[in-house]
Design a protein around this ligand. Structure first.
Ligand code: NI
Length: 198
């Protein structure tokens, strides 16, 4: 557990550095404005239905992207529940928003496991998995880190991972990042602004 917490601390410190180091103006956004600081949404993975999926497939509406794993005991389910609650605060515009959940544990997160997990959160949630090289390409692109902990006697293990929730606009441009302490209201408020921006 100690290594997991130490890595979490390092991940948080790195995220804080990246954001405080050269943040653009907040301009009234509730989440952290990262416009121009990250590359546009591009990847090649497989979705939870088994179909090939690329970043370009999700142009047209705001996209949230989060990296985690279905066995996560705390941060992943909490974050996805917060996102679901944020979508619930939007009116029927919520259907234009897609939430991408990229597993950093593709070994245990089979297509079936991923499918059950995202379906429990709602129709806008899409599970994504890839080969190690595909996952590496994407996590490097967004400076996301993850590290598999040593398995316990039952073979169970934790995977420490970055907790940033990235928000892209309908053109696939990175605009905002939410951290675990950002609440559903803040996410809903900024998504409304993005949805109104044509
Ligand atoms: Ni997690």
């Amino acid at each position: 557990m100690r290594t997991v917490h130490a890595l979490r601390g390092a991940v948080a410190a790195l995220a804080a550095f990246l954001i405080v180091g050269c943040a653009p103006e907040q301009d009234g956004w509730r989440l952290t404005n990262i416009t121009g600081l990250m590359p546009e949404l591009t990847f090649t993975l497989t979705d939870h239905t088994g179909e090939a999926a690329t970043g370009e497939d999700f142009r047209g509406g705001p996209v949230l992207m989060y990296f985690g794993y279905t066995h996560c005991p705390d941060v992943c389910p909490t974050t996805l529940a917060t996102v679901r609650s944020a979508l619930g605060q939007l009116n029927n515009e919520a259907s234009q928003v897609t939430v991408l959940f990229v597993t950093v544990d593709p070994e245990r997160d089979t297509r079936g496991a991923l499918s059950r997990y995202v379906n429990a959160f709602g129709p806008q949630f899409v599970g994504l998995r890839g080969k190690p090289s595909q996952l590496k390409d994407l996590t490097r692109r967004y400076r996301v880190v993850y590290n598999r902990d040593k398995p316990d006697a039952d073979g169970d293990y934790l995977v420490a991972h970055s907790s940033a929730l990235f928000v892209f606009d309908r053109e696939g441009r990175p605009r905002l990042v939410a951290r675990p302490d950002d609440d559903a209201e803040a996410i809903a408020s900024d998504l409304s602004r993005l949805l109104a921006d044509t």
